[in-house]
Write a protein that binds this ligand. Sequence first.
Ligand code: BGC
Length: 514
Amino acid sequence: MAGGAHFDGGTTKDYPGKLTGFVLLTCIVAATGGLIFGYDLGISGGVTSMNPFLKKFFPSVYRKETADTSTNQYCKFDSQLLTAFTSSLYLAALVASFFASYVTRKAGRKFSMLAGGIIFFAGAALNGGAKDVGMLIAGRILLGIGVGFANQSVPVYLSEMAPARYRGMLNMSFQLMITIGILIANLVNFGTNKIVGGWGWPVSLALAAIPAAIITVGSLFLPDTPNSLIDRGHDDAALNMLRRIRGTNDVEEEYKDLVVASNESKKIKHPWANILKRKYRAQLTVAIMIPFFQQLTGMNVIMFYAPVLFKTVGFGANASLYSAVIIGVVNVIATFVSIATVDRFGRRTLFLEGGTQMFICQLIVGTMIAIKFGTTGEADIPKWYAILLVLIICVYVAGFAWSWGPLGWLVPSEIFPLEIRSAGQAITVSVNMFFTFGIAQAFLAMLCHLKFGLFYFFAVWVFIMNGFIYYLLPETKNVPIEDMAIVWKKHSFWGRFIDDDQDNNGKPPHTPEV
Ligand code: BGC
């Protein structure tokens, strides 16, 4: 175990209570916040490849694409203008997550989810009825703000509501909704692409209003988390809520710990200055590196460009869309694997297994493309070869879907103490959005220049991130969220950053029963 470099989870405390139907329901409703992000991730690639959409909003791109007769498959689909449009959403989300962190801390997690839903709804309406590029971009910015608010508040909400023993499972329902959103969007595009008369794109864009309505209405009925209620001075309501979600009156110990955490939190007026303190170096590093690495797995290259990639290796337009749908299905199903295992096997096991699986697949895909396309980018590949390639990409997607996908949202949301949890999550969202934007923007140019080496490029990153997890990420399974400081304190590397009197929210440290 890496020279004792990590703390092997176990339980610090085991509060009484069970997984109640009520907490399950609230978590499922809150997780639907992931649908809006997923729908957007899945819809834009398809819409921006529809000719009527291009003709109306990006005529220059359309002309260029139809005039392009080059046979070099690596450099075929390059249009920065279009990717800039797609990516504007991620930049808006990046900025919005900082505002969301303030709202989430001051007004509660529920309020941010509601705000996210309403703003996303407005964006969908504007986009569906867009008459010019201005409306289109304004709509995308609103969608981005909605995503920023939802992604900042939902993971924190889920991690706080869940009993420690089921936190991984419940939090991952967020990622499950993201993957369902992506799949639905792929199917919608598949259908609207067939609409004659050129009005497929507004249907695809306007349908985003449905997931927006689900999270908006859903969040109206959601209770706030006990942690946030105490933090905002509603102690009685918090105690009642805790009893309700744990299904027992015996919540004294957990309640007391929440109050201690909240007292610490109240002393902090400036979470942003606080998060930079030496004692939070571990959490801050993880909150930045996890979303950065998640994007450097290269998953979004597959998500955004699967149809393009499959066209590149010789599938027809329809077959490419089918393959994208197959990948979407694999993504959803494989997410269940991590939901079922994360609280038993732990975060580290899933991270390391998924990472290894992705690494091997990337090497194979890179090599298979190298063998056929070489550096000229010209090839005629047999059907069986293309099918094999899709199969290996599916194994890669499964690896992501039970590791970096869900864990990329779970881990950052469960490692911070209450006073800086909102700020920490905003950092995670913004880093995630920044690199989602960066990869989307750079992919086509990278494919053109790195060619098959693009897959080796991501493989190297996956190798590095496995090392990061192995040496620097302690196991957090089953540890109560307001007790998390002990995990960092026990870690042989990160422990050095924490003085004895600073750990565990000022509470005396207690020894974990492993
Ligand atoms: C990531 C997205 C990705 C999706 C794929 C999410 O966790 O943040 O960037 O597209 O998973 O399922």
